[in-house]
Write a protein that binds this ligand. Structure first.
Ligand code: PEP
Ligand code: MN
Length: 373
């Protein structure tokens, strides 16, 4: 289903200075000096449209730095006066919204720990009714696309037109290289479902460490995201929150220079010819894949009937382990990543189990049916 939201395009927003649309600033506002000094440096970077700083910080454990509160809004107002940058902060309840609006904040964002909660998002949406402010909605901490879309819909229903989604990755229990798993398929699916909604990537929170910010930003640009939200601090090592993922304004500038901005489409007829030819090949292979999957599932169903007749369980882990191991070795030899093989085979296995369950249950149903007669 494609969702239609009445959002305006990011290029029509005030303050948009070209691609990528950039939101930068410290994770948290800590002192007036830190806020103003960082802003003055960031204002020198032409792509920076909005200056961000958290005033109320949602921290995992109590007794960590929980933000400076309303005082920080005065510093943001000063940033706006002194640098001309638009300013934004996170809101997590209606009181935050009222305070932010009182101080002329241009953009508010809803954090990942808030967008999971429809009650809170609704409370924020109600507080935003009739206000012309930019609202950015971060993905919820769990990878659930409908929850993300639901939050966006609540904000849109409040009459907000300048709205964007921010992809900041998803929490996992396992330790991974990045702090959050990007699960790129979710923002890609969001784009498919709401094509006109501006999409921003927050590589800082996905990375959790400054050395990965460039590669994540590049990936977001290659996936045609509209912009980036990057945490930048005048002195990252001394930051009171998210120290390891913040970059100095100079490092941010350097990172932007290294970003390759590719075009989402081309009008060059020669290139279009080559692309057209290659896309035809892809279509042929995709058709093959579908035919193969159909055949593969038919065999699974036949096996299901044999298992049923011979009273054998559907799931046989040893056999499955063997299949995956073999596929990994073969895939590796052909240059296919373990991740791809793992994802595809898990999906195929799950579908096989579903089909075999259906075979068994159909038999049970018809059996029950005959009992009743
Ligand atoms: C932040 O932007 O500093 C923040 C707390 O982000 P998130 O909600 O993505 O964790
Ligand atoms: Mn942060």
């Amino acid at each position: 289903m494609v969702v239609k939201l009445e959002t305006s395009l990011i290029k029509d927003w005030i303050g948009f200075k070209g691609r990528p649309f950039l939101i930068a600033g410290p994770c948290s506002a800590e002192s007036e000096e830190q806020v103003i000094e960082t802003a003055k440096e960031l204002a020198k970077i032409k792509e920076v449209s909005i200056y961000r700083a958290g005033i109320w910080k949602p921290r995992t454990r109590p007794n960590s730095f929980e933000g400076v509160g309303v005082t920080g809004l005065k510093w943001l107002r000063k940033v706006k006066q002194e640098t001309g940058l638009l300013v934004g902060t996170e809101v997590a309840n209606e009181k935050h919204v009222y305070e932010a609006l009182k101080y002329g904040i241009d953009m508010v964002w809803i954090g990942a720990r808030t967008s999971v909660n429809p009650f809170t998002v609704q409370e924020i949406a109600d507080a935003l009714k009739g206000v012309d402010v930019m609202v950015f909605v971060k993905n919820p901490i769990n990878p659930e696309i409908d929850l993300w879309i639901g939050a966006l819909e609540r904000i849109e229903k409040a009459g907000i037109k300048r709205m964007a989604a921010v992809h900041r990755g998803f929490s996992t229990y396992e330790k991974t290289t990045y702090r959050n798993q990007p699960n790129w398929q979710l923002p890609i699916e969001l784009r498919r479902r709401i094509p006109d909604l501006p999409l921003i990537c927050d590589p800082s929170h996905i990375a959790g460490a400054r050395e990965y910010i460039h590669e994540i930003s590049q990936k977001a640009m290659d996936l045609n995201f509209d912009g980036l939200m990057i945490e930048s601090h005048i002195s990252p090592e001394t930051a009171l929150s998210d120290a390891s993922q913040q970059v100095t304004p100079d490092e941010l500038h350097e990172l932007l220079i290294r970003l390759i901005l590719r075009s989402p489409s081309t009008s060059d007829p020669k290139l279009l010819d080559v692309l057209g030819e290659l896309r035809q090949q892809i279509d042929v292979y995709d058709d093959h894949l579908i035919d193969l999957l159909e055949k593969r599932m038919k065999v699974s169903e036949t096996i299901g009937h044999y298992k049923k007749e011979n009273n054998i369980t559907i799931l046989q882990s040893a056999r499955w382990d063997e299949i995956v191991k073999k596929a990994m070795i073969k895939g590796k030899a052909k240059g296919l990543s373990e991740e791809l093989i793992d994802n595809i085979f898990k999906a195929v296995h799950q579908e096989s189990i579903n089909r075999q369950m259906k075979v068994m249950n159909d038999d049970i149903e018809s059996h029950n049916g005959s009992d009743k007669k």
